[in-house]
Design a protein around this ligand. Structure first.
Ligand code: CMC
Length: 430
């Protein structure tokens, strides 16, 4: 590789490929003409060396532990900003002015109700349905309820769809929770801010007055900021791939939610808390660290490791601080799970296996303890992640739709199955 190009010799043929530089971060070799010029594909399962798109939204430096939304460090946004401001930033590229923010908050706030027929939709689920299953279905169903915002070629419909999703996601998430625990749905209250409204939809009941604790609301709002976007992770890539075919935005976000559910991705917060409960006591930690290191044991430390971060996940640091703030506000002095988590973190960070493989706590390590203390059951953890990540998915989807070079995503393969053969009659088969 030299200067602005890189050459590759395939089957005795040497071809030059352009090298492109971003604002920051590694260069990319543009191999889009590789197949046309050489007849060969690249092979990169898991996309470990592949940039699938150009983006201006989020930047991660995994070695340095840096996360920027539109250039702003996550630490500054989490400390000084709020979630809806972060949504505006991710969607439109700049922090809003006062009037822009007021207008955006007004628009989101006045789309929080869902079509009343959605209530019937929820009734179709079993009460023990996992709330993530309900989220995948209900967000997908929005395309049936809001057909007037599914034309992706109409800029106004795209804008209405993005506002609708950011606004209705807390309402749907709270309904999924209420349905799960057998309580009546609580309607949104537009006099409350975004996160306080979500808390009241989850924890209020019609027979009692409910006052939102502002410290918990602020903590949850910060958790939403931390989860808002994370460049081309599995669920975001799923949303982009689904959207590349021209599918409507509600269907694309439902696909993202389905992908997020997996324990290697957003499901890790639920899995991490279950793991801490299984470990049970700080004195058992060493045994579980040994299990995680054992090649013959499939057990992994949930909430540890990351494809991109080879350093402490910057979100995990903020989350750890938030955990302490929430526990202190709730007067929880001794949380056995927190004791296990701190011991586990300390032991793993000193262990050669974790040091060599650069495995550090990720955002999911501490988020479960915080959300549990706030009163959310483990089954809701990934739902909260989905609620917050919706804005990132939409911003990435919008960027893709508005990119004139956008094409349908269509990876190729290395085929290792049977070569062509003739159909045998049933009597010829052994
Ligand atoms: N515990 C023990 N060993 C681990 C762990 C772990 N949590 N994570 C990775 N390793 C080992 C793995 O066994 C492998 O070892 P070897 O090279 O000897 O085969 C090496 O580290 C590299 O792992 P990998 O699976 O090839 O790495 P990856 O980049 O494909 O996976 C990951 C990243 C996040 C899926 C993985 O670290 C993991 O499964 N972590 C636990 C689940 C988790 O916490 N996920 C949340 C990610 S952050 C939130 C989000 O983005 O959704």
């Amino acid at each position: 590789m030299s200067g602005n190009s890189s050459s590759l010799t395939v089957h005795d043929k040497t071809i030059d490929f352009p090298v492109k530089s971003g604002t920051i971060g590694p260069d990319v070799i543009d191999i889009s003409k590789l197949y046309g010029q050489t007849g060969a594909f690249t092979y990169d399962p898991g996309f470990t060396s592949t940039a699938a798109c150009e983006s201006k939204i989020t930047y991660i430096d995994g070695d340095a532990g840096v996360l920027l939304y539109r250039g702003y460090p996550i630490e500054q946004l989490a400390e000084h900003g709020d979630f809806l401001e972060t949504c505006y930033l991710l969607l439109y590229g700049e922090l809003p002015t006062g009037p822009q923010k007021a207008d955006f908050v007004y628009r989101v706030t006045h789309h929080t109700m869902v079509h009343d027929q959605m209530n019937r939709f929820f009734q179709g689920f079993r009460r023990d349905a996992h709330p993530m299953a309900i989220m995948v279905a209900s967000v997908g169903a929005l395309s049936a309820f809001y057909h007037d915002s599914t034309d992706i070629h109409d800029a106004n419909q795209r804008m209405v769809a993005q506002i609708r999703m950011i606004a209705k996601m807390p309402t749907l998430a709270a309904c999924a929770y209420k349905y799960h625990i057998g309580q009546p749905f609580i309607y949104p209250m537009n006099s409350l801010d975004y996160t306080s409204n979500f808390l009241q939809m989850c924890f209020a009941v019609p027979c009692e007055e409910y006052k939102v604790n502002p410290i918990l609301a602020r903590a949850l709002d910060r958790i939403f900021i931390l989860h808002a976007d994370h460049e081309q992770n599995a669920s975001t890539s799923t949303v982009r791939l689904a959207g590349s075919s021209g599918a409507n935005p509600f269907a694309c976000i439902a696909a993202g939610i389905a992908c997020l559910w997996g324990p290697a991705h957003g499901g890790a917060n639920e899995a991490a808390l279950k793991m801490l409960a299984e470990i049970g006591h700080p004195e058992n930690v060493a045994k579980y660290v040994a299990k995680a290191k054992d090649k013959n044991d499939p057990f992994r430390l949930m909430g540890f490791g990351h494809r991109v971060y080879k350093n402490y996940d910057p979100r995990a640091r903020i989350m750890q601080k938030t955990t302490h703030e929430v526990l202190s506000e709730l007067g929880i002095k001794d949380d056995p799970l927190l004791d296990v988590a701190m011991e586990l973190e300390q032991l793993a960070l000193k262990d050669d296996y974790f040091i060599e493989k650069k495995l550090y706590p990720n955002i999911d390590f501490y988020s479960g303890i915080t959300l549990k203390a706030m009163g959310f059951p483990t089954s809701m953890f990934t739902v909260l992640f989905a609620l917050a990540r919706t804005v990132g998915w939409i911003a990435q989807w919008m960027e893709m739709i508005e990119d004139p070079s956008q094409k349908i995503g269509r990876p190729r393969q290395l085929y290792t199955g049977a070569a062509q053969r003739d159909y045998p009659t049933i009597a010829q088969r052994s």
